[in-house]
Design a protein around this ligand. Structure first.
Ligand SMILES: Cc1ncc(COP(=O)(O)O)c(C=O)c1O
Length: 408
């Protein structure tokens, strides 16, 4: 059923900030933000004083520490999660004429990396509970052109990896897991990072750890790791530091790559941030538990569901609005929460509904009803490591206040 707009006969609570009342908070609370410590700053400054600003010793140190943390044999760093996805798509061998199957409920970069390779992203609808790629309809989308599957761990809840990997093995496909939300998540007791053929992470400031911009691909396959390293360095077989150390000038470009190298000072920041990952995850899990407990009794809120076999990383805390119980749609509730100084956000406009995808591929809406329906309901609440207990209480109070005002 379509959401109804606020109807004139239902009284508007006078104290909503959007109607001129006092906001729940005096200052704006963002939905996500980085945590930077003095040791982070010192680590970056130390590299700035050293000989290597770009690929230096911190790159390998960060990659080794990261691989160990996520339970993968190798990790290769990139200038962004998007660059890391591009490299994974290249390494999976995607080329014109190929297809890769992914979810529409993601950031556009997940599907764009397939297009960078001249291949075609094919969307499939999501599971109604987790909003992750649904393995059942996915099976029906597999064709002789399919080369890769690209599940996304939406909000930090791992996708149905066992089912997706089983399908991939049966059809000889490569699984690139977009875990940009899921650093530190666990699936069936295993860490996200060592499960799929390649797992992609992002270090954008709203993520669990940051390098400013940055990304990583984790893999257990030594050949994939080598291709990934070359891809981020123009397709060249050695880097400048290796040549200097070997007293060599000769290098060979063996395929067409890019400059996607993460600088040494960014890796120094990543190394320091990684030391606080467990603390960050624990805080996010505590905030999620508090939200979920609070919203159990709030009409109009559907809290995110968690499957029994996973421990999510909670990059986001996306609630869904039970629109049948509300007199306003998501847009009005979003604006009312923003007026209360709660920095809510929406993740995501389904990728196939963006003008570029509509124009290029003829999507009109209605193709993926579960994802599209979820999009009409979704609101991401503030979720980050440095949120104080009072911030969490403010969000809960604002949700209760706004939804009570729009209760049917
Ligand atoms: C699911 C997903 N994939 C890919 C990306 C791209 O990562 P980056 O911003 O580091 O390029 C993001 C970033 O927000 C994301 O959320």
């Amino acid at each position: 059923m379509k959401a109804v707009s606020i109807s004139p006969e239902i009284p508007i609570a006078k104290d909503l900030a959007i109607h001129g009342g006092e906001p729940v908070r005096a200052t704006f609370l963002p939905y996500g933000r980085q945590s930077i410590s003095e040791s982070d700053i010192e680590a970056v400054v130390e590299v700035l004083r050293s000989d290597w600003l770009t690929t230096g010793p911190k790159v390998a140190e960060f990659e080794e520490a990261f691989a160990a943390r996520v339970g993968a044999a190798y990790a290769v760093s990139f200038t962004s999660g998007t660059a890391a996805l591009h490299a994974a798509a290249f390494t999976a061998g995607l080329k014109p004429g190929d297809e890769a199957i992914t979810t529409p409920l993601t950031f556009a970069a997940t599907a764009n990396c397939v297009l960078y390779q001249g291949a075609q992203p094919v969307f499939t609808d999501v599971c109604p509970d987790t909003l992750n790629l649904d393995p059942d309809p996915l099976q029906k989308q597999i064709s002789s052109r399919t080369r890769a599957l690209l599940p996304v761990d939406y909000a930090g809840h791992p996708a149905d990896l066992a089912a997706i990997l089983e399908i991939a093995h049966r059809h000889g496909l490569i699984v690139i897991e977009d875990a940009c939300h899921a650093l530190g998540a666990e699936y069936n007791g295993r860490r996200v990072g060592g499960i799929a053929d390649m797992t992609v992470f992002s270090f954008h400031p709203v993520k669990h750890i940051t390098t400013g911009e940055g990304g990583m691909v984790a893999t257990n396959d030594p050949k994939f790791a080598e291709t990934l390293r070359r891809f981020r360095n123009h397709g060249i077989s050695t880097d400048a530091r290796q040549r200097q150390n070997a007293g060599q000038w000769h290098y060979e470009m063996v395929f067409l790559g890019f400059n996607y190298r993460l600088p040494d000072f960014a890796c120094a920041l990543g190394l320091e941030q990684l030391k606080r990952l467990d603390e960050n995850l624990a805080r996010r899990r505590a905030i999620a538990a508090r939200y979920t407990a609070a919203f159990r009794g709030t009409p109009g809120v559907i809290a995110p569901s968690v499957r029994p076999d996973v421990n999510p990383a909670w990059h986001l805390y996306p609630i869904r609005l039970d629109l049948e119980r509300l007199t306003a749609d998501r847009g009005e509730i979003f604006r009312a929460l923003r007026a209360e100084n709660i920095g809510v956000n929406v993740h995501y406009i389904p990728v196939h509904l963006h003008p570029y995808y509509r124009d290029q591929f003829g999507y009109q809406g209605g193709e993926f009803p579960i994802a599209e329906r979820a999009y009409d309901q979704l609101i991401s609440l503030p979720m980050f490591h440095a949120m104080a207990d009072q911030d969490v209480a403010d969000v809960i109070r604002a949700i209760e206040k706004v939804l009570a005002a729009f209760a049917r």
